[in-house]
Design a protein around this ligand. Structure first.
Ligand code: BES
Ligand code: MN
Ligand code: ZN
Length: 495
């Protein structure tokens, strides 16, 4: 896809289609007014006909309008002008793309000032448009014998701005949007990949390939390496699987060696059956998405390398299957983590925390500026926050606030839940230092409390993406979240 940013009104361009916004009730945007004038009231006539009233998520495609340099004009309803907000902007872009994908339109021109967002500048609109275009064109059809034949013919998007002074900022915002979109696409491809293909070995290969194309350093630890390091907790999860576990490390250097890195740790359970604490059959296929944290780390590493951000960034991915077998870990087993703390595994389905704790201990060797782990960790998080908001827990209030702000800006929201001694007590074990579950209540919090026992040496935040990493139902598939949040955070770190 080609993007261009032009200074001036959109009627000065030419092409297959220009977008003209219409507010309720039949109020014209600037572009609509200009086009209406040039076409001697053509648009006013259409509005008078009642075919377009300006309601949000409506559209009307006009052909052969006289006196324009465009083959088509797409009228797009923007709802009430006073109520126009970020969501309305994103759904307007979404319906423009939806409409045009069903046509032979090859290019589209739109004018950003038509969308009246007081809180957000043109940069934001540019980034969001680039991401929205990529999201709307994304398909995962590599496992179908023939590709889906709903491929859009859209090849070019032209975004017009009024003010030349905004141009450098918008160009930069475009690069960011494209990089984030590319990162999200990698995250989605990995999440959507079938679990017989996307194994820990496959993830390790993907990381090595990424390192080759993007000047990163990739290191893959094998089970014997993990044994030497004392990663008894991670290995306990891998025990039931025929697929060997991997600990994947990616390093990106955008500053001098001595600058402390940000470390991202992503849960990479390539399939979660629950193990001996076996999950019910319904929707178990969706547990192929249980490596979405890992996929988001790879996506963020890719986007960071594309943007050449001036930060040091490390990605650590503990990757394993969680399977039942004669060799599998049993409820009641006690294992020793790399930190030395012993863990009583009361439920083998609480495996995410068991692999993350050893990866979090491993992170200490990088002397991190801060550590963020990203994990599809608890069903309880879906109950608490639904599919809209990522759960956030942290041992550092400032870090938590920065992540919340990044999520707001990126339209990839996170909401903070508390950590605290009351919850920590729920992890008491009669037989080991700590139990791996805390009971039904506050499941997201007790999971994070477990992780917090392994993150005492650095500033740390945990993102529970169980509800946000993928969609179920007829649009089943990876969302690419929380790559936008992570990238917004990393971009702000780079400043
Ligand atoms: N991967 C799951 C969490 C999950 C479940 C994410 C459903 C999205 C949808 C995790 O490994 C898990 O099984 N967690 C258990 C923890 C429990 C045993 C304490 C859960 O949430 O039920
Ligand atoms: Mn599980
Ligand atoms: Zn899991």
């Amino acid at each position: 896809m080609d993007f261009a940013i032009k200074v001036g009104t959109s009627d000065k361009q030419r092409g297959a289609c220009v977008v003209a916004g219409i507010f309720e009730s039949r109020k014209m945007s600037e572009t609509a007014k200009i086009l209406d004038k040039a076409t001697e009231g053509y648009i006013k006539n259409i509005l008078a006909s009642g075919d377009m009233e300006g309601k949000a998520n409506t559209s009307l495609l006009l052909h052969n309008v006289p006196n324009t340099q465009f083959k088509r004009i797409l009228l797009i309803g923007l709802g009430k002008e006073q109520e126009f907000k970020e969501k309305t902007f994103l759904s307007a872009i979404g319906s423009i793309l939806n409409t045009l994908q069903k046509t032979a339109v090859t290019d589209v021109t739109l004018s950003l000032p038509d969308f009246p967002l007081k809180q957000k500048n043109s940069d934001w609109k540019v980034t969001q448009t680039a991401i929205a275009v990529s999201t709307s064109l994304y398909r995962f059809d590599q496992l179908k014998s023939k590709p889906d034949n709903d491929r859009s013919q859209l090849r070019k998007v032209v975004l017009c701005i009024n003010d030349r002074a905004e141009l450098p900022g918008c160009e930069n915002a475009l690069q960011q949007g494209l990089a984030i979109a590319k990162g999200m696409n990698l995250t989605k491809d990995l999440g959507n990949q079938a679990p017989n293909i996307c194994t820990p070995t496959y993830l390790a290969k993907q990381a090595k390939d990424l390192a080759k194309t993007h000047k990163l350093k990739a290191t893959v630890l094998e089970e014997k390496d993990m044994e030497k390091l004392g990663m008894g907790s991670l290995l306990a999860v891998a025990r039931g699987s025929d697929q060997p576990a991997k600990l994947i490390v990616l390093e990106y250097q955008g500053l001098t060696k001595k600058d402390n890195p940000v470390v991202l740790v992503g849960k990479g359970v390539t399939f979660d059956t629950g193990g001996i604490s076996l999950k019910p059959a319904a929707e178990m296929d969706e547990m192929k998405f249980d490596m979405s944290g890992a996929a988001s780390v790879l996506g963020a590493m890719l986007a960071t390398a594309e943007l050449k951000l001036p930060i040091n960034l490390i990605g650590i991915i503990p990757a394993t299957e969680n399977m039942p077998s004669g060799k599998a870990t049993k409820p009641g087993d006690v294992v020793t983590s790399m930190s030395g703390q012993t863990i009583e595994i009361l439920n083998t389905d609480a495996e995410g925390r068991l692999i993350l704790c050893d990866a979090l201990t491993y992170a200490e060797r990088y002397n991190p500026k801060l550590v963020i782990d990203i994990a599809t960790l608890t069903g309880a998080c879906v109950i608490a926050l639904g599919n809209f908001t990522t759960g956030l827990l942290s041992n550092d209030e400032q870090l938590a606030q920065e992540l919340i702000a990044a999520g707001e800006q990126a339209v990839d929201k996170a909401w903070q839940l508390p950590l605290g001694d009351d919850y920590q007590e729920l992890l008491k074990s009669n037989f080991a230092d700590i139990a791996n579950i805390g009971g039904r209540a506050a499941g997201t919090i007790t999971a994070a409390c477990f992780l917090s026992r392994f993150t005492k040496k650095y500033r740390w935040a945990h993102l529970d993406i169980a509800g946000t990493a993928w969609k179920s139902g007829k649009d089943k598939g990876s969302t690419g979240r929380p790559v936008p949040l992570l990238m917004q955070f990393l971009i702000s770190q780079a400043k």
